[in-house]
Design a binder for this molecule. Structure first.
Ligand SMILES: [Zn+2]
Ligand SMILES: [Zn+2]
Length: 289
């Protein structure tokens, strides 16, 4: 392993413990115990494990039941729903090539998510939403239908809604308005600008910032964070993706939350402990744990 692929070193521990509000332990190297131990050593004492398909959502629910430090969110990812309906002949999804299943297959998968959402260790429904970056026009109808179904599931079970919004800001906000957002809604890997942050704040949506807020070209994201009310801000890794600077390109994991949180404190002109205190309370409120 060259140092370019090696896991980054442990950062200085946080003075106040926080949660990683969005991670994918099932896509990371090593065991769950190893990830949780390393994270806890630097003050990241809770993680929200997010499922992206039926299998991953089952795993998230089981893992949350097995570990006090883990809460689960369950869903069909916005890029998963079109694959279920239209098939995936190239097999680039994690399960390999797939036959088209049509709307009936989507309904079947949604029924499984619905059942998982009822479980006590499942605190969120998501990640769901819209992704116009990876899914083309042919998949948009399936994606929106799935998004609307997830909103309904979250509301019926009283769970947080976890939004994935990639290059689809206006339509995500529109669908939320049309359906009526659940009481607790989290924009994971928040990617809107400062104007949108004001809209989210007005609606009471939580905004969860990931490692990309540290990227050099991410000034619009930092401008959004600057105007986001401190009582609506969360932090996440979305690991194994979006490793914060200066470790971009190396494997991400929950123990790197302090790197992102410190960068966020600077943007907000807040003391690190004060921001961590707010973020810890916000995450517990968002996911009702
Ligand atoms: Zn996402
Ligand atoms: Zn994710």
């Amino acid at each position: 392993m060259s140092s370019k692929d090696a896991p980054p070193p442990l950062p200085e521990p946080l003075g106040v413990s926080v949660a990683d509000s969005h991670t994918h332990l099932d896509m990371q190297e090593g065991t769950v115990e190893e990830a949780l131990t390393k994270a806890a050593a630097v003050g990241v004492t809770t993680v929200v494990q997010v499922g992206c398909d039926v299998k991953g959502s089952r795993w998230a629910a089981e893992t949350a039941a097995a570990y006090d430090a883990v809460h689960a969110a369950v869903a069909l990812h916005p890029n998963e729903a079109p694959r279920i309906v239209l098939g995936d002949p190239d097999g680039w999804s994690r399960q390999g090539a797939r036959e088209p299943g049509g709307d009936a297959a989507l309904d079947e998968a949604l029924a499984e998510i619905d059942a998982l959402a009822a479980l006590p260790h499942v605190r969120g429904v998501g990640e769901t939403g819209l992704d116009y970056f990876r899914t083309g026009p042919e998949g948009m109808a399936a994606q929106e239908r799935s998004f609307r179904a997830h909103i309904e599931i979250a509301k019926r079970h009283g769970k947080a809604l976890v939004i994935h919004d990639r290059e689809a800001h206006d339509d995500v906000l529109r669908v939320l308005r049309e359906e009526g957002a659940p009481e607790r809604t989290v924009f994971h890997c928040y990617s809107g600008d400062a104007e949108m942050a004001k809209v989210c704040a007005e609606a009471g949506y939580f905004m969860s910032f990931a490692g990309n807020v540290t990227f050099k070209n991410a000034q619009p994201l930092r401008d959004a964070l600057a105007v986001a009310p401190a009582e609506l801000v969360l932090v996440e890794t979305d690991a194994p993706f979006l490793t914060p600077a200066p470790y971009r390109g190396r494997p991400n994991a929950p123990y790197l939350i302090p790197v992102t949180l410190r960068a966020m404190a600077e943007v907000k002109g807040m003391d690190e402990d004060a921001l961590a205190t707010a973020v810890a309370a916000n995450t517990a409120r968002a996911f009702d744990y």
